[in-house]
Design a protein around this ligand. Structure first.
Ligand code: GLV
Length: 323
């Protein structure tokens, strides 16, 4: 008998076909997110799960799924999965690193440019029929070329953002938990700076750290107060890295000039104050959302699931092999 797996949200048909070669597949193609209770019900008799970042996989859930051997997340972030609990219960957990670096870096640049040049504000104004003529001082924005870019988190995505900064002749500072090797610094033209220095000197601060207890509210009131009043914050990492309430205060009081945001605490319920700022560009957590990238993410997660349940050695294993 084939192992049983659950796909928790809508995926591409090719991914389901591939899984069906190996497993008895239950798919939630209606795409309605499972509540925690529904998730537990659906996983109770399954051997594997293809999950997304909105599925919380914790010990309480695992306790109800005695057959579960693998949880394969369609995301590079895995803060929705309790790795310790997975290890303790013999469940392999995986993510999808690498395949979304370019799309996420491209989108980061979309946010940088749209925020600096007030694109969404200008578009809304035009659509509202407010444009009655060209003016020299219309929608004056900030220069990106020649500015100082501060990258918080110089992992794969941060590096892809740095690579793109070359075309804009920028000075690039970075802060990372661990300073990267000198040859990587040279390759990306990035200079290490302590976080406080990076915040004080950058015109554009962009965040690319994973979310964990260590990075919870990494950017809060104190950090925002160190930024230049002309600077902007770009956030396409994970809700929770920024203290959203502190960011709203910083925008209200003019401590920073603008923000471009793809992720939020408690998303999709973002703080309504964000909707009122004209100087904030908002997006609904779509940084990796291109046809090719989302397909590759789902397929990589499926490959992880097949490997996890057949060889016990998925390519993107996150937790130490369980005993
Ligand atoms: C998306 O947010 C991801 O973590 O892949």
């Amino acid at each position: 008998m084939k192992p049983r797996v659950q796909v928790t949200r809508e995926v591409f048909d090719e991914v389901l076909d591939y899984l069906a070669e190996h497993f008895e597949v239950s798919a939630n193609q209606s795409d309605a997110p499972f509540t925690p209770v529904e998730l537990a019900e659906h996983l109770a008799d399954k051997h594997g799960a293809l999950t997304v970042l909105t599925d919380r996989v914790d010990d309480a859930l695992l306790a109800r799924c005695p057959n579960l051997k693998a949880v394969c997340n369609i995301a590079v972030g895995f803060n929705n999965i309790d790795l310790k609990a997975c290890s303790a219960r013999g469940v392999l957990a995986t993510n999808t690193p690498g395949v979304l670096d370019s799309a996420t870096a491209d989108f980061t640049w979309a946010l940088i440019l749209a925020t600096a040049r007030r694109l969404t504000e200008a578009e809304a104004w035009l659509r509202a029929g407010e444009w009655h003529g060209w003016k020299l001082k219309q929608f004056l924005g900030q220069d990106v070329a020649g500015a100082t870019l501060g990258i918080v988190g110089l992992g794969r995505i941060g590096q892809a953002v740095a690579r793109r900064a070359r075309g804009f002749d920028m000075k690039v500072l970075y802060f990372n938990r661990k300073r990267v090797d000198a040859d990587i610094e040279r390759e990306f033209g990035a200079t290490y700076a302590p976080l406080d220095t990076l915040l004080a000197e950058s015109d554009i601060v962009t965040l690319h750290t994973p979310y964990s207890p260590a990075t919870h509210h990494l950017i809060g009131a104190q950090q925002l107060a160190r930024m230049k009043p002309t600077a902007m914050l770009i956030h396409a990492a994970r809700g929770g890295v920024v203290d959203d309430a502190a960011l709203i205060e910083a925008l209200k009081s003019g401590k920073i000039a603008a923000a471009g945001l793809d992720v939020f605490e408690s998303e999709p319920k973002l703080n309504p104050a964000f909707l009122r700022f004209k100087n904030v560009v908002l997006a609904p957590h779509i940084a990796s959302s291109t046809h090719r990238t989302r397909f590759n993410m789902a397929m990589l997660a499926a490959r992880n699931l097949v490997a996890a349940l057949t060889t016990g050695k998925p390519p993107n294993l996150l937790n130490p092999p369980a005993n």
